[in-house]
Design a protein around this ligand. Sequence first.
Ligand SMILES: Cc1cc2nc3c(=O)[nH]c(=O)nc-3n(C[C@H](O)[C@H](O)[C@H](O)COP(=O)(O)O)c2cc1C
Length: 355
Amino acid sequence: MPDVEGAEARKKDHIRIALTSNVVPERFKNQFDEVVLVHEALPAIGIDDVSTSTLVFGKKLEAPIIVGAMTGGAPGTDVINGNIAEAVEEAGLGMGVGSQRAAVMESSLEYTFRVIRRKAPNALVLANLGASNVRKMSSADLKRAVEMVEADALEIHLNMLQELLQPEGEPDFEGLEEMLDGICDEVGVPVLIKETGSGISRDTALRLNSKRLAGFDVGGAGGTSFALIEGKRRTDSMADAFSDWGIPTVASIMEIRSVSDKLIVASGGLRNGVDAAKSIAIGANLVSFARPLLRPAAKSSQDVKGFLDQVKLQLRMTMVLTNSRDIKALMKTPYVLFGNMKAWAEQRGLVPRTR
Ligand SMILES: Cc1cc2nc3c(=O)[nH]c(=O)nc-3n(C[C@H](O)[C@H](O)[C@H](O)COP(=O)(O)O)c2cc1C
């Protein structure tokens, strides 16, 4: 097994770089501006008539919003995880946790994850492990990750671009696809496949759709770029060429929804509650914000809660403006695509819901 100290140092690097550098590439940064929801000038509902609540893996969320997988596994990250956990518990939302590999290997690091259930006994919590590690883990290791956060589901992240670019990477997912059904049976909670910034295509989703997976977390391009993050850790310029690699989040949601009825989490470059509403209109069930919450989470749970409350209210307002009484109605609201997203949809044969 790879060394735990290396994993800890890497995790700290990622947080430091994500907090201090621009890690969002220009290319698809404004992709959500290219999705326009059709405005309803005379809605039949007011703000108090709107219900944003949703049921995910048997848990009722006040809104379909989670904080994306980021951290844990290095000393000090328990504070960040604790602040996120406290905020999502109060807001009635959910969270993903960062890769648990280091804590599965080294039990003295478990506290950086165990803090989550202490602070968030009721929130939706998603465990997290990387593809290259899962391949080599025993059934007991997988179960330990789930138990550590009393997870409602497990996310297995696919991060090939990052594995290729990081000097200590393990760019080999061979055999994982064939192992997925076995893993789903073993872990005892629903399993999601998650990307980390390059998105998931219709073709990949179609192959994975026949597995016993519960769904997909798109992790699309246009938000945090691990090519930019790894570029800052390297001494050469290898990573620069890949800074805007990947399927943009908007396109990835539409691609997956065109072939699958499973749960879709929208992640990668969402900025606010209007982007959240747009993600749901084009096919997502849940939306996720990662890096926008990192700075607030390093400060306090109130800062995280402040951001999430604003997103919830913006989502609610957008639902009034589209006459969407509940999340089911928002999923049927019409939209129009412009620019790059229109070009992507046309060339890939994806049909937007324009009426
Ligand atoms: C500092 C940092 C650490 C992350 N670590 C993980 C991780 O351990 N596992 C994972 O699946 N995704 C990880 N991600 C990816 C996020 O979950 C998310 O998919 C990505 O950042 C896109 O969302 P954003 O644009 O809102 O940041 C990390 C992101 C950041 C910023």
